[in-house]
Design a binder for this molecule. Sequence first.
Ligand code: NAD
Length: 244
Amino acid sequence: MIGELGKKVAVVTGAARGIGQTIALAYSREGAKLSLWDVDVEGLDRTAREIRVSGGTALALKTDVTRLGEIDASVRATLERFNQIDDLVNSAALKMSFIVPRDRRSTYHFWEIDPDRWRNLLDVNLTGVFLCCQRVAQEMVERRTGSIINITTGNETKLRRGYSPYGASKAAVEAFSLSIAKELKPYSVRVNLLQPGGAVNLRGQTDPSLLPYDVIVPAALFLASDESRDSYGEMLVAKDWQPR
Ligand SMILES: NC(=O)c1ccc[n+]([C@@H]2O[C@H](COP(=O)([O-])OP(=O)(O)OC[C@H]3O[C@@H](n4cnc5c(N)ncnc54)[C@H](O)[C@@H]3O)[C@@H](O)[C@H]2O)c1
């Protein structure tokens, strides 16, 4: 059985769409209060509205995860409204389409990558995760409880030809997460990695070659709940994950 999220407050980055939105909606259905962070204000408002219409509670905070000042302001706003942060899901990311269009991905070479775009991608996918973990973990350490969930991808994507910036960012997130998991364990703050297990459909899309858009939900609920109280530094593959 998946634990109740009834008394939990969850911060979800990248909550305007995609996997972040799916996780935010699922957490809300389980009773969590949501602090939604993204740079896409319209998308954020859509997610927040959907949560509120179905009876949930959501705070939409425009937050660029590469900016410590914005993260700090959003942490303060979340604490002011909800008093605590129990779960942090780092889902915000830039994908390979930010670097090169899909139709060029199998032929282009890494030496064609614009170094500024490389830096931007690493800034969001890696430094953004670092900054959000750094700021939120301090609140969790103080309360001696919390769960941080960093979203990554499988080796089939990380090591794929043409995916070097994205793959490097996710490999670095994994190393960072597994290392801080050891630092935070003495404070009962859990850090775990979660990956869908392949490319996922967009919501409403039903391409049979892709995973269902909500494949991530059961494992994401588990990691946010007290059911995962003994999980530290684990990597869950959502498509294969079974409730314990
Ligand atoms: N979609 C997949 O098939 C898939 C597979 C494996 C892993 N993942 C991972 O799952 C996570 C979510 O992927 P997705 O498909 O939902 O992506 P997406 O592109 O649909 O959504 C990413 C969100 O991050 C936001 N974002 C971008 N830069 C930001 C910034 N600087 N600050 C705050 N928010 C920012 C975007 O506005 C967007 O709402 C990512 O970490 C991705 O790498 C996705």
